[in-house]
Design a protein around this ligand. Structure first.
Ligand SMILES: [Zn+2]
Length: 115
């Protein structure tokens, strides 16, 4: 399951950061996930609750910011939100197709709070 591997890896990175800071406990983990990253939010949260057991993140909260997918229209010189998961859509203003993604594939650990 993709989300479980992701949760395990995320906690490993957070533990490395906590140890480097001399901390014994992780209080929270903050993630940014784009709409096109292929992550199912419910599956990630379920995987996270299993993966954190026995780690420094055993009591850590998971704070996920989900980012909408944005494409850039060269004609309008503006970004618009994609309404599908394929990474290409027609600009709602002028109708030109765009696959110029500016946001949506993020899968980033933004912050780890330790104690
Ligand atoms: Zn346009």
């Amino acid at each position: 399951m993709h989300e479980f591997g992701l949760a395990v890896r995320m906690i490993e990175i957070a533990e490395e950061a906590a140890r480097a800071a001399g901390a014994t406990r992780i209080e929270s983990i903050r993630l940014e996930i784009g709409a096109l990253a292929g992550v199912v939010p419910e599956a990630l949260e379920f995987a996270y609750r299993g993966a954190r057991e026995g780690t420094l993140a055993a009591d850590a909260t998971l704070d996920v910011t989900y980012l909408p997918a944005l494409a850039h229209c060269a004609t309008c010189d503006a970004d618009f939100e994609l309404d599908n998961r394929f990474g290409i859509a027609d600009c709602p203003t002028c109708g030109a197709p765009s696959a110029d993604l500016r946001q949506g594939r993020e899968l980033q650990l933004r912050d780890v709070a330790v104690a």
